[in-house]
Structures are given as structure tokens and as C-alpha cells.
Design a protein around this ligand. Structure first.
Ligand SMILES: Nc1ncnc2c1ncn2[C@@H]1O[C@H](COP(=O)(O)OP(=O)(O)OP(=O)(O)O)[C@@H](O)[C@H]1O
Ligand SMILES: [Mg+2]
Length: 304
């Protein structure tokens, strides 16, 4: 006798309705962080839901890394509230965040380049077998599990024995994502995973971000690139100089508006005049400042 209930094979609940209000895993309320006298971040509101991708965008120094350092347990917030499953938390170490299911994939991945892919997959959490004094690594099981898990995420590598250092940057990111999923992450934080990648490899990483979402994870995707964000994002938070300049769901903002909100657009437009004086810089393609700073929706009609 079988009983199928229509959920995914991994038991992940595939939501057919957009985020419910009560499924929030991680929440920041009016949160901020100062480093001594430097107020790197303030007034930040952010929510992470299962099966959704929250994109955090912003220019250099906007506070993106500071934001995820708070959530991943590297730094503590100095203002406002940080809640996990509705409970206020204050992590002292990344281990505490991990215990709550919050996993972070840093751009400079913590891998050992000369070790095989499967070994890196289990780094720090190796499988063992045998009773205590003679416990040893269960190499066969680790190889088999790494292979299965990578395939489950749609990642096909020719040879798991190859040193991870021989993989491309995009492939290494993908292994790190699959690893976080396997070790039970509920929230996956990716700090600029596509920043150093070409178009094709970026596409591959975006595909696995979508795969992690399909598995029911809440994803926080940090990026400079509004195009990458818009390809996978459900919600967009744009930081500027430590504050949240825009927080909008997908149906509230177009790619064009998002691009204009990103630092670079308005700043470049402001620089257009100066750049025009420099030989060899073609400013034709740059937008005019007034085009970008114009309000998104003009309300012309006066109500009586
Ligand atoms: N440990 C620190 N001590 C003092 N100031 C810091 C520290 N870390 C970050 N800051 C400051 O906080 C601000 C935000 O930095 P953050 O690294 O969060 O920006 P970012 O958006 O990640 O930038 P990037 O795109 O360059 O990675 C910057 O002004 C930075 O100088
Ligand atoms: Mg950063």
C-alpha cells in the first residue's frame, strides 16, 4: 500500500502560495551595526522565508557583508533586533548560526585545493565507521554520498577524485551550495558568488541558487549585479551607505527600476559631465542624471 501526498521526493514542502507571514526563518528589525565610531549599518528590516530568494544589492562599502556577518554569526548587531524562528538571538560564533541551520558560502571558499572533491564535501564533518579506538574514515560512504548529493542538485562532475582546486570557480561554488543543503541548512547565504565569474559560470551558479530554493531553503543572495539578482530573486533589498534604500518584492519592482536604484546608475550619471572631458571615455551610453532621479511614479492628478 502506498501513500503519496504529492510533496517532493526530499520531503521539502513546495509552496504553491507566496510567502505566508508566519514562516519567516530569519528576521532583522531596525537592526544596525557600529564598528567603534563607524556606523556601518542602521535601520535594516529584512525577512527570509523558506523557498524564497532574498537579494541584497548595493555598491562597495554599502554594508552588504556587514549585514550577512550579523546573520552568519561573525559579528553581533549593536542596534535593533535579530530573530530566528521568531526568537531574539545573538550569535557569538558562526557555529551557533550553523546549529540554527544558517549556512554561509563565502566568496573565498574555505576549501583545501589539493584535496579531492568528495573530501572537501565532508571537510570538518567526516563520516567514520567502526567502534571507538579503531574508528576510521568511511571513505566509500563519503564518496558515494557526495556523488549522490551533487547529482541531486543536478551537478555532474566527471571525477570526484580530482582536487577541488582544479574545478572552476563556479563549480566550486556549486559544490559548496550542495554541501550546505546536505548538512541541513535552512538558510543559505551567498556573498557575491557570481562576482568573479564569467557569464556562463554565473548562469550555472544562478541555476543552483534556484535549485536550493526548490529544495525549500531560504536564500540570501548578495550581489552587485541587478541582472543576476532579477533572474532568481523573489525580494530585493538595496543598501546604500549603510541604510536600506529599497525593499521590494518582485511584483513591486522592474529590472529597470532595480538597475536604476543600484549605486552606479545615479553616480555615473552625475559623473557624466566630468567623464566627457576625459579622452577615450565614451559617455554616450550613460543615462542622464535627471532620467534616473525622476520619481518612479508621478502622481499628477489632484484629488478633490
Ligand atoms: N571590521 C570593520 N571595522 C571597521 N569598519 C568596517 C569593518 N567592516 C566594515 N567596515 C565598514 O563598514 C562599511 C560597510 O562595509 P561592508 O564590508 O559591509 O560593505 P560591502 O557592501 O560588503 O562592500 P563590498 O561590496 O566592497 O564588499 C564600510 O564603510 C567599511 O569600511
Ligand atoms: Mg562585501
Amino acid at each position: 500500500m502506498t501513500s503519496t501526498n504529492g510533496t517532493g521526493t526530499h520531503g521539502a514542502v513546495i509552496a504553491d502560495t507566496p510567502a505566508q507571514q508566519d514562516d519567516t526563518i530569519v528576521e532583522l528589525r531596525n537592526a544596525g551595526k557600529s564598528y567603534g565610531n563607524i556606523r556601518a549599518l542602521h535601520g535594516i528590516d529584512l525577512k527570509v522565508h523558506p523557498g524564497r530568494v532574498t537579494c541584497v544589492l548595493g555598491d562597495n562599502g554599502a554594508g552588504k557583508s556587514t549585514l550577512i556577518k550579523i546573520i552568519s554569526g561573525l559579528h553581533q548587531h549593536t542596534e535593533g533586533e535579530f530573530l530566528v524562528d521568531g526568537e531574539p538571538v545573538r550569535f557569538s560564533t558562526p557555529r551557533e548560526a550553523l546549529d540554527k541551520g544558517i549556512a554561509t558560502v563565502y566568496q573565498d571558499l574555505a576549501t583545501v585545493p589539493l584535496m579531492p572533491v568528495w573530501r572537501n564535501f565532508f571537510l570538518g564533518s567526516e563520516m567514520t565507521k567502526g567502534p571507538w579506538p579503531v574508528r576510521r574514515l568511511d571513505i566509500d560512504r563519503m564518496k558515494q554520498t557526495a556523488d549522490e548529493e551533487l547529482r541531486n542538485m543536478g551537478i555532474v562532475l566527471d571525477d570526484l577524485e580530482q582536487p577541488i582546486g582544479t574545478l572552476s570557480g563556479g563549480q566550486r561554488q556549486c559544490v559548496a551550495i550542495a554541501r550546505a543543503v546536505y548538512f541541513g541548512a535552512r538558510v543559505l547565504i551567498l556573498d557575491e558568488p557570481t562576482a568573479a565569474l564569467g557569464v556562463k559560470q554565473s548562469g550555472v551558479v544562478l541555476k543552483y541558487i534556484a535549485a536550493a530554493r526548490e529544495r525549500g531553503l531560504g536564500v540570501i543572495f548578495i550581489t552587485h549585479n541587478p541582472h543576476h539578482a532579477y533572474m532568481v530573486g523573489d525580494h530585493f533589498s538595496v543598501l546604500r551607505l549603510g541604510t536600506m534604500e529599497l525593499s521590494a518584492s518582485r511584483d513591486q519592482v522592474s529590472l529597470e527600476e532595480l538597475t536604476n536604484h543600484m549605486a552606479g546608475g545615479t553616480e555615473l550619471a552625475a559623473l557624466k559631465h566630468e567623464l566627457a572631458q576625459v579622452r577615450g571615455v565614451d559617455v554616450e551610453e550613460l543615462p542622464e542624471e535627471q532620467d534616473l532621479t525622476a520619481p518612479v511614479a508621478k502622481t499628477g492628478e489632484g484629488a478633490t
